[in-house]
Design a protein around this ligand. Structure first.
Ligand SMILES: C[S@@+](CC[C@H](N)C(=O)[O-])C[C@H]1O[C@@H](n2cnc3c(N)ncnc32)[C@H](O)[C@@H]1O
Length: 208
């Protein structure tokens, strides 16, 4: 019987208490730290996206927060599991996403094994910028442990074998076209679409 559990709590606290190496795959999307960058607003007024979480951290605070999350991932994820980390950037802070990925690779046991592009169906036009394009794509970074770079688990199927015995695997493109979400939601503006989650889990979840 399939059992789904939802834990409505801070993921850092949950990961500290959870059974080590008890999670097969992690699919998540953190806040991007992009609330009103460049705005003169401060405090709660500027923190427009979340009621509790501060989405206007300094770059350094945001990186430290991310590294704590990855410490948790390292604790709960099975040895050959992977982290599907959806991240993007804003027109006002284009560099943070890249610095975050770099610091994860420098300071944790994880490395980028793949980078998938999620092409969404709609997005807000970037009509204010003379030089930056409208971002309709986001990224899903596939992190595995450095020790598992060649061996982390996917569901890629073997299609044929070469004369040498070496396996040929099916071709899966690193582009996923999927809706932004499953419909508008008054209390949460950034839900994943089921299509995106299903596509990702089909590739990376055990039994997917
Ligand atoms: C950009 S949204 C992504 C939501 C994701 N796409 C989904 O469908 O759930 C970031 C989410 O992370 C949540 N969040 C921020 N800090 C958290 C924490 N420490 N533990 C659990 N959730 C957290 C926010 O409340 C928000 O719902």
């Amino acid at each position: 019987m399939e059992v789904n559990r939802i834990y409505n709590q801070d993921c850092i606290e949950w990961m500290q208490a959870a059974e080590p190496q008890s999670v097969d795959v992690i699919l998540t999307s953190p806040p991007y730290n992009t609330s009103r960058r460049g705005s003169s607003l401060t405090g709660a007024c500027a923190n427009v996206r979340y009621d509790e979480y501060n989405d206007r951290k300094s770059d350094e605070e945001y990186i430290d927060w991310t590294l704590r999350i990855f410490e948790g991932f390292d604790r709960v994820l099975v040895k050959d599991g992977c982290v599907l980390y959806n991240l993007s950037y804003s027109a006002e802070n284009t560099w943070l996403m890249w610095n975050v990925v770099s610091e994860i690779q420098r300071k944790t046991n994880f490395i980028v094994a793949d980078c998938l592009v999620w092409k969404k169906t709609t997005t807000s036009p970037n009509s204010c910028s003379p030089n930056k394009l409208t971002r309709i794509c986001e990224f899903v970074f596939v992190f595995c442990r450095k020790s598992e770079f060649a061996t982390f688990k996917t569901n890629k199927k073997v299609t044929t074998h070469r004369a040498s015995g070496q396996a040929n695997y099916e071709n899966i493109f690193n582009l996923i076209e999927a809706p932004n979400n499953d419909g508008s939601n008054d209390i949460h503006k950034a839900t994943f679409s089921t299509v995106l989650c299903r596509r990702l889990l089909a590739i990376y979840a055990r039994g997917g």
